[in-house]
Design a protein around this ligand. Sequence first.
Ligand code: HEC
Ligand code: HEC
Ligand code: HEC
Ligand code: HEC
Ligand code: HEC
Ligand code: HEC
Ligand code: HEC
Ligand code: HEC
Ligand code: HEC
Ligand code: HEC
Length: 336
Amino acid sequence: MKRLFYVLAAPAILLFVIAATDAPVETAGGPEGPPLRPMVAAAVSFVAADRQVGRQTLPAPTAPTAEYVGSDSCLGCHDDATKKLGGTVHWKAAHPRSPAAERGCESCHGPGSRHIEDPGSDTAIRKFATLTPREANSTCLSCHTKSPHTMWQGSAHDARNISCITCHSVHDPKSPTAQLTKATQTELCATCHRVQATKMKRVSHMPVPEGKMECSSCHNPHGATNVKLLKTGNWINESCVSCHAEKRGPFLFEHAAGRESCVSCHDPHGSSNDRLLVAKLPMLCQRCHIGTRHPSTIYDSTAFQSKSVRVIGRACVTCHAQIHGSNHPAGQAFTR
Ligand code: HEC
Ligand code: HEC
Ligand code: HEC
Ligand code: HEC
Ligand code: HEC
Ligand code: HEC
Ligand code: HEC
Ligand code: HEC
Ligand code: HEC
Ligand code: HEC
């Protein structure tokens, strides 16, 4: 491990030293310079630029001629603007990437000199109420470029013109964390996704209403590599087995249904059947296993009259207990 570190670090340090000592030659960037140098310079400045991403000063597209006046001037007229903002991380000057450590109010609202001359003008300063979603987002994305947000562009929410400030309020957050516009995540998501949020109230559900999990335990509302904004993996099962690891397999005998998708049988948001099942047993199994000899005897009169274990209680999974897959040498029917 240590050795690998040195192998990787040595050339990097070397490049850096070359670049640092020859700085003037590179900045000239002339054709007479050794051909390698500009490339080294470019590489170094690329790395440097990359590290600066979080600190970019916003361009002010709406007010090109305006100048920065400082937050104190703003507060002269907007004395209540820091009432709640003041307690948030955006106003912690000790945080080197926070607006407070940069241009204060103007990190988000843009330079304010023209606005002070003409407060009524909509274009003299960034007034979020008049911005398009994309314009508002670009303000926030000038700083929030890192991991949970890298997939934002083109995500389901971005594609439907939802903006950062649909879900977040930096001046008047209602939630204890993440500055949401509603007190809880479920409440927030429910404003648009009523179906999924109410399913959480059914008898069988994951512990979201109990506060042990949230929508964001499975979803990343800022975009994801998986389908349906799922936070982990590249297909639905990878998301489920990131918590239910024992269902991951590999199994000697796999159940094709489970291999394909956990949501063939479970509804992750909640269900009126036990164990989040999408249908009641034995109907769950009957949806696929209709033609086989043995299940077809399930509904004959003797099975019902004798209250056969095949139709009551856990029904099929009384015997097919290893329904997610079996590693037993004789487990081809998931009975052991
Ligand atoms: C001279 C007083 C004054 C100063 C200084 C001032 N503003 Fe304003 N600002 C106003 C007034 C008045 C309005 C309301 C204009 C209107 O609604 O027509 C306003 C409106 C705004 C709005 C839009 C409010 C809304 O309802 O959408 C924003 C944002 C804003 N100011 C930000 C700032 C920022 C940032 C600064 C510092 C760079 C600043 N202001 C400095 C007087 C001032
Ligand atoms: C992190 C970015 C950010 C910073 C820093 C910021 N604002 Fe805002 N401001 C916004 C957003 C976004 C809105 C739209 C309402 C919201 O989301 O809370 C807004 C709204 C406003 C409004 C309209 C009234 C309202 O509350 O809706 C005024 C006035 C305002 N800001 C002034 C200021 C002043 C003055 C400062 C500095 C003390 C400041 N803002 C700092 C992002 C910011
Ligand atoms: C000048 C840079 C900057 C801008 C612009 C900015 N932020 Fe932030 N924001 C930060 C920093 C720094 C943090 C602290 C977390 C971190 O280090 O990433 C933060 C934290 C947050 C948090 C988490 C707060 C918490 O309590 O956990 C939210 C939510 C947030 N920002 C939303 C926004 C939104 C919405 C906008 C656009 C209206 C915005 N930010 C604009 C720098 C910025
Ligand atoms: C559909 C609602 C929604 C939208 C749109 C949204 N967020 Fe969030 N955001 C959340 C929720 C919920 C959380 C808390 C759970 C989490 O961390 O994923 C959060 C958390 C955050 C955090 C704190 C977590 C962290 O450490 O990164 C930041 C910063 C943030 N959002 C910034 C943004 C920015 C910037 C945008 C616009 C590009 C945006 N959000 C758009 C719902 C949203
Ligand atoms: C245990 C993980 C998990 C939790 C918690 C969760 N979801 Fe989901 N969600 C999923 C999975 C898996 C899918 C994909 C289901 C499918 O394709 O049938 C999904 C799909 C969705 C969809 C897309 C539906 C569609 O048919 O396109 C929405 C919207 C959604 N969830 C919202 C929410 C909301 C809102 C919450 C919080 C109240 C939430 N989810 C909590 C796992 C979860
Ligand atoms: C302002 C409305 C709004 C809010 C609030 C909102 N969403 Fe969405 N969401 C949408 C829209 C619109 C779509 C796109 C639906 C479509 O294209 O069919 C979507 C799509 C989704 C999808 C499906 C993505 C896909 O690939 O099909 C998921 C999952 C989702 N949202 C989760 C959430 C979660 C979790 C929250 C709360 C943190 C949330 N949403 C808050 C409007 C919203
Ligand atoms: C973020 C972690 C997490 C993810 C992802 C997750 N679960 Fe869960 N799941 C839990 C927790 C926690 C419980 C509650 C366990 C308990 O109550 O003992 C649970 C319970 C369950 C239950 C049992 C419910 C009951 O009534 O006993 C089923 C079935 C289930 N999950 C299926 C799934 C499926 C299918 C997926 C993928 C769509 C999934 N889970 C994704 C954490 C997760
Ligand atoms: C063929 C239908 C089917 C598929 C597909 C399926 N399950 Fe299940 N699952 C069930 C049944 C039936 C039960 C109830 C078993 C019982 O009562 O003994 C169950 C129970 C569970 C439980 C709770 C009890 C336990 O065994 O811990 C979890 C968690 C679970 N499944 C997760 C998953 C995950 C994760 C996937 C995808 C890898 C998945 N299931 C795929 C049918 C299925
Ligand atoms: C979404 C469809 C689907 C559902 C629901 C489903 N299965 Fe299956 N099951 C399959 C498929 C596909 C196979 C593989 C058949 C094959 O290889 O010939 C299979 C295989 C089996 C096998 C092994 C059969 C053999 O010949 O090796 C058993 C036993 C079984 N399922 C029982 C169940 C039980 C019990 C349930 C209900 C808890 C159930 N299945 C639900 C699709 C499903
Ligand atoms: C009393 C125990 C028991 C119950 C209840 C039961 N099975 Fe079976 N099942 C078996 C046994 C034993 C086998 C044969 C295993 C073998 O050949 O190794 C089997 C085989 C199967 C097979 C594969 C071979 C075939 O004949 O088709 C399927 C599919 C199947 N069962 C589905 C179901 C379904 C669906 C239910 C519920 C409606 C169910 N079983 C209920 C014990 C049971």
